[in-house]
Design a protein around this ligand. Structure first.
Ligand code: IMP
Length: 434
C-alpha cells in the first residue's frame, strides 16, 4: 500500500487544484509537479497573501516540505528563476532542502514560444487557443528526441551549442519561410551562452529526482502529486485536437513522476460548482450569453497565466462521472460553492447537467464522434430554484444553507463521487473539510 495522493482537474483546468494541494500537503513529506509546464497557474491564498505559482509545487509555502519538479514537466528556465526570486521576496527561501528539479525534465526554449505562436497562426481558424508558453513545441521536440533537458545546462557551453544546433535545423527553416518570423531564427552560439548564464542560478537544484522520490516511497512518506490542466485537456482522453500536449490524468501524473500505480493511495478530483474553459473546443454546458458573463464576473474567471476571459457555463456532471473512471477519482474538492449560490440569487435558478441528448438518445458519456455526426449534444439539466449566501464564519457542513447542502447532495449523487473539500472563498480558510 502506497502513500501517494494525486490531485487532478476534472474538466478543462482552473478548477482550483491549489486548495486540495494545500490541505493534502500539510501532512505530506513531498509535493511533486509531474506534467505540463507554466501553462498552469496555481493561485493559493494563504494567511491573506496571494501566491501565483506556475512551476514550483505549492508545498513550497509550507515549512519543511520537499518540492520536486519531476521528469514529465517542461520547464521554462526564465519562469523558474523568476518564480524563485518572487518567492524569496515573499520571505520564502528556496534551497536544496525544499526544492529539486529533475535533470531529465525538458526545457522550454525561447524558440518553442516562437513556434507556438507561428503554429497557431498557421492553423488559422483551427487554432487551439494555446497559452502561448511553448508547451506543445517543447513536448514535440521531446517526442522527436531533439529536446534540450535541464541536465544539458550542466554540459560545457560547446556541447550545449551542438545540441541546440541539432534541434533548430528544421525550426530555423520554418522561421525563415514565414513572414514576420525571420527574426526568430536561432543563433545557437548566442543561445548556448545565455543558457549557461542562467544555469548558474539553477544548477544546485538540478538532480536525479528518482532517488528522492523512491526513497520517500520506500519510507512510506506521504507524497502529493499536484496535477496541472485537466481531464478534457488530456492528449489521449480529452477533446483532441483542442487539448494540451501532455497527459494530465492520474496515470500521466504518476508516469511523469516515475511512480507506479500501486503506490497511489488516493486521487482527488477538483471541480468548480460550474464549468469554465479557456481556448477552443467543445463545451456542452457553455453559456455564451449574459448567464456566462454573470458566472465570469461573480467567479472572477480570468486566466491566472494569460488573463484571458474564460468561457463559462453550468456544471457538467457527465464529464465528472467519466473523469471518475478515467482518472480513478476517490474524492472531490468542490470549489466556488459561494459563487454558484450568488448566481442563484441573481437568476433564481441553478443548473446541473446530468446527461446529454445526442442523435435522439439520452447518453451519459462524452461523445467522441461529434465531427463525424455533425451533431452537437444537448445538455439535460436538473435545476434548483434558489441561491444562497454562505456566511464567512461558516466552519462545518452543518453551518451551510439548506439549499447549498441540496446542491452538494446532487453533485455527489450524479457524479457518484463523495465530496471531501468544499471551497467557498478564494482564501483557503474558507474551506470545509468533510
Ligand atoms: P497549451 O497547453 O498552452 O498548449 O494549450 C492547449 C490548451 O490547453 C488551450 O486550450 C489552453 O487554454 C489549455 N490550457 C493549458 N493549460 C491550462 C490551464 O492550466 N488551465 C486551463 N486551460 C489550460
Amino acid at each position: 500500500m502506497g502513500n501517494v495522493t494525486v490531485i487532478v482537474g476534472c474538466h478543462w483546468g482552473d478548477e482550483g487544484k491549489g486548495r486540495a494541494a494545500f490541505f493534502e500537503s500539510q501532512d505530506a513529506h513531498m509535493i511533486v509537479r509531474s506534467t505540463g509546464g507554466n501553462n498552469a497557474g496555481h493561485t493559493i491564498v494563504y494567511k491573506g497573501k496571494k501566491y501565483a505559482l506556475h512551476l514550483i509545487p505549492s508545498g513550497i509555502i509550507h515549512k519543511g516540505k520537499m518540492n520536486v519538479i519531476a521528469p514529465g514537466v517542461v520547464v521554462d528556465p526564465d519562469v523558474l528563476i523568476k518564480e524563485m526570486e518572487t518567492l524569496e521576496k515573499d520571505g520564502i527561501k528556496v534551497t536544496k532542502r525544499n526544492f529539486a528539479v529533475s535533470g531529465r525534465a525538458h526545457l522550454i526554449m525561447p524558440y518553442h514560444r516562437d513556434l507556438d505562436r507561428l503554429k497557431e497562426e498557421l492553423k488559422g481558424n483551427s487554432k487551439v487557443g494555446t497559452t502561448g508558453k511553448g508547451i506543445g513545441p517543447a513536448y514535440s521536440d521531446k517526442a522527436d528526441r531533439i529536446g534540450i533537458r535541464l541536465y544539458d545546462l550542466l554540459l560545457p557551453q560547446k556541447k550545449l551549442q551542438e545540441k541546440i544546433e541539432l534541434a533548430i535545423k528544421t525550426h530555423n527553416q520554418l522561421f525563415k519561410a514565414n513572414e514576420g518570423f525571420e527574426n526568430c531564427v536561432v543563433d545557437s552560439k548566442e543561445l548556448a551562452k545565455e543558457l549557461k548564464q542562467k544555469a548558474h542560478k539553477l544548477k544546485r537544484f538540478i538532480c536525479n529526482t528518482d532517488d528522492l522520490i523512491q526513497n520517500a516511497i520506500r519510507k512510506d512518506e506521504k507524497i502529493v502529486i499536484e496535477g496541472a490542466q485537466a481531464y478534457r485537456l488530456d492528449i489521449d482522453h480529452g477533446d483532441y485536437p483542442m487539448v494540451t500536449s501532455s497527459s494530465p490524468n492520474t496515470s500521466g501524473a504518476i508516469s511523469g513522476a516515475g511512480i507506479g500505480p500501486k503506490y497511489v493511495n488516493k486521487t482527488i478530483g477538483v471541480t468548480k460548482a460550474y464549468c469554465s474553459r479557456v481556448g477552443n473546443g467543445p463545451f456542452i454546458t457553455e453559456q455564451d450569453n449574459e448567464i456566462g458573463d454573470l458566472i465570469r464576473e461573480l467567479g472572477g474567471e480570468y486566466g491566472t497565466t494569460t488573463k484571458r476571459p474564460r468561457r463559462c457555463g453550468w456544471l457538467d456532471c457527465v464529464v465528472l462521472r467519466m473523469a471518475k473512471i478515467t482518472m480513478g477519482i476517490d474524492e472531490l474538492c468542490l470549489n466556488h460553492l459561494d459563487t454558484i449560490g450568488k448566481i442563484g440569487n441573481e437568476l433564481g435558478k441553478i443548473y446541473i447537467c446530468y446527461a446529454y441528448k445526442y442523435n435522439g438518445e439520452v447518453i451519459e458519456y462524452f461523445p467522441d464522434d461529434i465531427e463525424i455526426t455533425g451533431e452537437i449534444p444537448k445538455p439535460l439539466y436538473i435545476s434548483l430554484d434558489t441561491g444562497w449566501d454562505i456566511p464567512k464564519d461558516c466552519k462545518t457542513y452543518e453551518d451551510l444553507p439548506a439549499k447549498a447542502k441540496e446542491f452538494i447532495g446532487l453533485v455527489e449523487e450524479i457524479s457518484e463521487i463523495p465530496i471531501k473539500y468544499i471551497g467557498f472563498g478564494a482564501d483557503n480558510k474558507y474551506t470545509i473539510v468533510l
